[in-house]
Design a protein around this ligand. Structure first.
Ligand code: CTP
Length: 411
């Protein structure tokens, strides 16, 4: 067992309720905290004392029990998984439409935990188009449906509709609880974070540009990580690849597309004053053609040899650091073609001496490393040039590790 779970077992009114006693017993013996919600009709099959003795908790039935503790939503909110066994045709219909006229209904609607149901009913009811449609609706919503098995039903009937065995239902419930994503830690809740990502393109003429190989993946990973931790994120996206841009869109993260270093500088100047963290992953061109041609350059006019005059672009990171805002953290990046860690550190220290970012993430690029890859490995220095962390793994893991360092800085 990876950890004890909070499990809600909903019991609907069917003869298979007696088998749900064994389900509750199995889960309790395995060390889980089990709260039983029995419908009024379930209690006509198995009485409250049985559920209370087996689950070691009061059995919950009515929305009006323990109103002060907001019981009708609390059980669902605290649950790691909600299991309904047996799930009768009536309960399945109510779940499919989202009815909340009893404690089980309100609990299910108030819960974001996975829902596992074990249907039990007569074959005709199971095969009725209404039930078939309801089951399809629930499956489409991600509900796990265990069984039903085929076999002896109440009375002399035989066929599909028999509730699965308690062990099988317990296993499905625990698998669903384990697979659940842990609740995110919202340690950047409400913080405004600006992330620059991708690589700038400096026009030579209307069709050509000076650019670089940055894909924007590391910047997107920062944005997604910060967003998952509750931050209010804006990405200044310089020619990002389609996949990281789509990942940002899917997460609903604000993205402002820009092209050149000058455009990026203007957007950073606009947004950075209100930001509490600025993460400068973008590979910004240091030089741009001094006078981009307004019409396409023609090779015959240029001859066998030509020269391009470049001028320095604004140093966005340098300008940010020249105008510090109390409480704001600025994270810079250094992508270096270093042969080994020593050379990488030396180049990063030289950079931080010139541009003392609060944190500088230095990584080696070239030879298949860094640009466009899925993974990254970096050394993180503070503004004094001391190594504060060495991080490696997915770009998301690197982003989370750097955000941890941001949070550790004094406010
Ligand atoms: N950067 C910037 N504005 C520029 C160039 C770079 O803000 N015009 C930022 C990058 O986003 C990155 C960091 O500065 O966070 C990189 O530092 P920099 O010293 O400019 O690195 P390089 O451009 O690689 O410079 P060098 O050629 O000196 O290594």
């Amino acid at each position: 067992m990876d950890r004890p779970f909070n499990i809600v077992v909903g019991v609907a009114g069917g003869i298979a309720a007696y088998k749900a006693v064994l389900l509750v017993r199995e889960l309790v013996l395995a060390g889980h905290d089990v709260r039983v919600i029995a419908t009024e009709s379930a209690l006509r099959f198995v009485g409250a004392p049985t559920w209370e003795a087996i689950s070691r908790h009061p059995v919950n039935t009515s929305i009006f029990d323990d109103v002060a503790a907001v019981r009708h939503v609390a059980l669902g909110q605290q649950a790691d998984v909600v299991v309904i066994a047996p799930a009768t045709a009536n309960t399945i219909a109510k779940l499919a439409t989202g009815l909340a006229d009893d404690l089980l209904g309100t609990t299910v609607l108030a819960s974001r935990a996975p829902l596992v149901i074990a249907p039990a009913m007569h074959t005709e009811m199971w095969q009725h188009p209404a039930t078939v449609a309801n089951i399809r609706t629930l499956a489409g919503r991600g509900v796990t449906i265990v069984g039903p098995g085929s076999g002896r039903l109440t009375g002399a009937d035989v066929g599909p509709g028999r509730m699965s065995e308690p062990e099988e239902i317990a296993a499905a419930a625990l698998a669903a609880a384990s697979a659940r994503e842990p609740a995110p830690v919202l340690d950047l809740d409400g913080r405004r974070i600006v992330v620059t990502a991708g690589g700038t393109r400096e026009p030579i003429d209307p069709v050509r540009f000076l650019g670089n190989r940055s894909s924007g993946k590391q910047g997107a990973a920062f944005a997604l990580a910060a967003r998952a931790r509750g931050a209010d994120v804006t990405v200044l996206a310089a020619n990002m690849d389609a996949a990281p841009a789509a990942a940002l869109d899917a997460a609903g993260i604000a993205r402002i597309d820009i092209e050149t270093a000058a455009e990026l500088a203007a957007e950073v100047a606009r947004l950075a004053p209100a930001a509490s963290v600025v993460v400068m992953t973008a590979a910004v061109a240091d030089f741009a053609p001094a006078e981009p041609a307004t019409r396409k350059l023609k090779k015959l006019a240029l001859g066998e040899r030509t020269e391009l005059v470049l001028t320095r672009t604004p140093d966005i990171l340098g300008d940010l650091l020249a105008h510090p805002v109390p409480g704001r953290t600025v994270v810079g990046f250094a992508a270096e073609t270093a042969a080994d860690r020593e050379e990488l550190l030396a180049l990063a220290r030289e950079k931080i001496a010139r541009k003392p970012a609060d944190l500088l993430v230095a990584n080696a690029v070239g030879g298949g490393r860094g640009f466009g890859t899925e993974d990254n490995s970096a050394v993180v220095l503070d503004s004094a040039g001391a190594v504060v962390a060495e991080v490696s793994g997915s770009k998301r893991a690197v982003a989370d590790a750097v955000l941890d360092l941001v949070l550790r800085r004094p406010a």
